[in-house]
Design a protein around this ligand. Structure first.
Ligand SMILES: [Zn+2]
Ligand SMILES: [Zn+2]
Length: 336
C-alpha cells in the first residue's frame, strides 16, 4: 500500500510527463514503476530534468523495463553526478558474498559487488570457459563458468579439460593447486579400506597437498569404487561420486577417515607427547569444523589445535594430555 501511495504521489507531484503518458495508456505499470524507482532519490528539480530528457529522446512506450532502466541510469549519472557518486560509495560499503547450503549436495553462492568487480570476475570466467579445454570437452558453458570459479579459488588458475583424453594438449595436471581448503569426513567402514592400503589409511587421511607430510596419496589415482557418503563439517552430506572425485584430486581436499587409526602409537604414550599426531589433528579439525570460540566462523583448516588444559613439558603426567577430549581448534585470534 505504502508503495502504491508514494508512486501516485510521485506521479502527481514530480513526474508530470510520466503521469500523462500513463493516463493515456502509452506506458504500462511496469514502466512507470521503473521510472519512479530510478528517480526516487533525486531532488524534485533533477527528477524533472531527467524525466524531460528521457521523453525528449523519442518514444519510450515500446521499451522493455530493462532497456528503460539502462537509459535512465545513464541519465541519472549525468544529471545527478554528485548524488550518483555519493550513492555509489554508500552502496559499495554493502558489498558481500554469501554461501548457503541447498539440497542434494549443492550450495548457493550469491553476493553483491561493485559492478566493475563483478564484470571482472564474469569476464574472466567467460574467458576461461572458452579458452581452456579442447573440442572434446562436453561441459556446457554454464557448467564451465561454475568450474572456472572453483579453479580460481583452488589455485589451479585454469580449467582442467573435461574431455578425459590422455593426449589432450589443453589438459592441465592438478599440480599447482594450493593446499586443502575443505575437509571431508568419511565414516568408518563405509570406505573400501582394502583398496587403499599402503599408508594413507594408516595415517588416517588421504592427500593433504602442500601441507601433507605423512600422507602418501591414493594408490591408483583413487579410481576404486567407494560406495560412501561423505560429510562436509559444518555444511552437510556429499554424494559418493563427489567423495570419489575429491579423493582422486587429493591435492585439493584432505579426506579424513574417522576410523580409529590402527597403527597410531598407543594412546597412552601419544597422549604424553606434546606433538599432536597428524591423524589425531585431522580428527579434531573434522570434529570441530570451525574455531571453538563461540560464534567464531574461522574454518578448522585455518585453526591451530590447542591443549585445553595446558601440556606440562616438565612433567607430562601432571599436565593436560594430547588426546581428543583435551584438544580444540582455535583460530589465531582466539588462540593465546
Ligand atoms: Zn581435452
Ligand atoms: Zn576464533
Amino acid at each position: 500500500m505504502w508503495f502504491a501511495i508514494t508512486l501516485c504521489e510521485d506521479l502527481e507531484n514530480r513526474l508530470p510527463l510520466t503521469d500523462a503518458a500513463f493516463s493515456v495508456g502509452e506506458l504500462d505499470l511496469a514502466q512507470v514503476r521503473t521510472i519512479h524507482n530510478l528517480l526516487q532519490n533525486l531532488s524534485d528539480q533533477k527528477a524533472r530534468i531527467v524525466e524531460a530528457t528521457l521523453f525528449a529522446r523519442g518514444p519510450i512506450d515500446r521499451l522493455p523495463p530493462a532497456r528503460l532502466s539502462g537509459r535512465l541510469r545513464r541519465l541519472v549519472a549525468r544529471y545527478d553526478r554528485d548524488g550518483f557518486a555519493e550513492r555509489s560509495a554508500r552502496a559499495k560499503e554493502q558489498r558481500y558474498i554469501s554461501v548457503k547450503q541447498c539440497d542434494d549436495g549443492m550450495g548457493f553462492l550469491s553476493g553483491e559487488l561493485p559492478s566493475l568487480d563483478a564484470a571482472t570476475i564474469w569476464n574472466r570466467l567467460k574467458e576461461m570457459a572458452i579458452g581452456d579445454g579442447c573440442a572434446g570437452d562436453e561441459r556446457s558453458m554454464p557448467q564451465r563458468h561454475a568450474d572456472a570459479l572453483v579453479a580460481l579459488a583452488d589455485g589451479s588458475g585454469r580449467l582442467t579439460c573435461g574431455c578425459g583424453r590422455d593426449d589432450c594438449a589443453t589438459a592441465v595436471p592438478a599440480a599447482g593447486k594450493r593446499g586443502p581448503l575443505a575437509q571431508i569426513v568419511v565414516s568408518d567402514g563405509s570406505i573400501g579400506f582394502g583398496s587403499f592400503r599402503g599408508g594413507s589409511v594408516g595415517g588416517g587421511s588421504f592427500g593433504g597437498g602442500a601441507t601433507g607430510t605423512d600422507a602418501e596419496g591414493v594408490p591408483g589415482g583413487g579410481s576404486a569404487a567407494i560406495p560412501s557418503i561423505g560429510f562436509l563439517p559444518g555444511v552437510g552430506p556429499l554424494d559418493p561420486e563427489t567423495v570419489r572425485a575429491a579423493i582422486a584430486h587429493s591435492a585439493t581436499q584432505r579426506i579424513h577417515v574417522s576410523a580409529v587409526d590402527p597403527v597410531e602409537s598407543a594412546p597412552d604414550i601419544a597422549a604424553l607427547r606434546y606433538r599432536i599426531p597428524r591423524a589425531l589433528a585431522d580428527r579434531i579439525r573434522a570434529r570441530d569444523g570451525v574455531c571453538r570460540f563461540p560464534h567464531c566462523p574461522v574454518p578448522a583448516s585455518s585453526c591451530d589445535i590447542d591443549h585445553t588444559v595446558p601440556f606440562d613439558h616438565e612433567n607430562p603426567e601432571q599436565g593436560g594430555r594430547t588426546e581428543e577430549a583435551n584438544l580444540a581448534c582455535l583460530c589465531r585470534r582466539h588462540h593465546r
